[in-house]
Design a protein around this ligand. Structure first.
Ligand code: KG4
Ligand code: ZN
Length: 345
């Protein structure tokens, strides 16, 4: 058992990111020595969403420079590293290839272990880096590509209680923001618009609410928003704010209800006094959602844990940390490891 210093590389979507994280020998909280994120938002904004080809090219252009900066900010040299971790999936395959191949090159050249990290595991373990959270805990993972409720039993050990049967939560935010013309990325834009809105003006459906089970569904809600917007003809800013607020409230109701069902299930797996609900992924940045889930968690005797905002959205530190957790268990990957567009936890 010794401290592990890991370089983490994230390129699975529209953020190019590199970070250096140190995991202490005793496995306590991680120390983020550097965490540099280059957002490609400007390159994709004119298209209203991420263009995979543009993303892959931008990763190629920026990644080497970001890695040099990450090492420099950490005041470290290559020799100080114990391993290279990179997202190997799931995600946009062109971007994943760029990050993984870069990591392989460094690992081969420097004789360092390679850790091929599942991006979702990066989100899932972030709370252990920031809060030294012990296993097991209940995780609501809500990002642009994924929505899942999981019991995190250990590194690489996930018990899925529920998932989305259509759109991911972030995807629903992005699509609704786009159809309201609120801009890209949709989640933050919609949250901003909703601040000015009246959530009680429109009654939107809450798919699967008050039904047993922990799966989610958002496509019906999205369709209802489209019909509502079309019915208004040319919605003005007030209409848009009210729709945004109503939509956000419906999402919060659905997520809270499904998470409450998951807590009831997780009670069988997690002892009283050890019950924690962690929210991770980009949508965890949403303040209303956090407040809503905090109330649910406390009502069920769960402590509510959410990583700091900039560790909720995609970043290199979460990949470095997941790499460190895996390396500490001796879990490394062969240089022939392939990138995976799809890779369930
Ligand atoms: O985890 P993440 O950075 O990337 C993926 O792995 O997908 O999550 C990005 C998603 C996007 O759909 C974005 O719109 C959403 O998270 N998001 C938000 C907020 N900030 C980001 N959704 C709602 N409210 C926010 N404040
Ligand atoms: Zn993510």
């Amino acid at each position: 058992n010794r401290p592990l210093t890991i370089l983490g590389i994230e390129t699975s979507c529209d953020e190019t990111a590199a970070a250096v994280v140190r995991r202490p020998a005793d496995g306590g909280t991680g120390e983020i020595l550097s965490n540099i994120v280059f957002s490609q938002i400007e390159a994709h904004a004119p298209f209203g969403g991420v263009v995979p080809e543009i993303a892959a090219r931008a990763h190629v252009e920026h990644l080497d420079g970001l890695i040099s900066r990450a090492l420099k900010e950490a005041r470290l040299d290559w020799d100080d590293l114990d391993g290279i971790a990179a997202t190997a999936g799931p995600g946009l395959i062109g971007g994943v290839i760029v990050g993984l191949m870069t990591a392989k090159g460094i690992a081969a050249a420097r004789g360092l272990p390679l850790i091929a990290v599942n991006h979702l595991e990066g989100h899932a373990l972030t709370a252990r880096m920031t809060d030294a959270l012990p296993f097991p805990y209940l995780l609501l993972l809500v990002s642009g590509g994924h929505s899942q409720l999981l019991v995190v039993e250990g590194v690489g050990r996930y018990r899925r209680l529920g998932t989305t049967i259509d759109d991911a939560v972030g995807e629903a935010f992005d699509k609704v923001a786009k159809l309201l013309g609120l801009g890209y990325p949709g989640g933050p834009a919609l949250e901003r618009a909703a601040l000015e809105g009246d959530a009680s003006r429109f009654a939107l459906p809450r798919p699967l609410i008050n039904r047993p089970g922990c799966d989610f569904s958002f496509s019906g809600l999205k369709t209802a928003v489209r019909q509502l917007a079309e019915g208004l003809g040319r919605p003005d800013d007030k209409d848009k704010a009210d729709i945004a607020a109503s939509f956000q409230c419906a999402v919060a109701d659905v997520l809270a209800s499904r998470t409450e069902n998951a807590m009831a299930v997780a009670n069988e797996m997690i002892r009283p006094g050890h019950r924690r609900l962690v929210v991770a992924g980009g949508v965890a940045a949403n303040m209303m959602l956090r407040e809503r889930l905090t109330v649910s968690a406390h009502a069920f005797g769960y402590e509510f844990v959410v990583p700091p905002l900039k560790l909720c959205t995609d970043n290199g530190a979460m990949i470095a940390w997941a790499g460190a957790e895996r390396l500490a268990l001796g879990l490394t990957d062969p240089i022939g490891t392939g990138p995976r567009a799809r890779w369930p936890l």
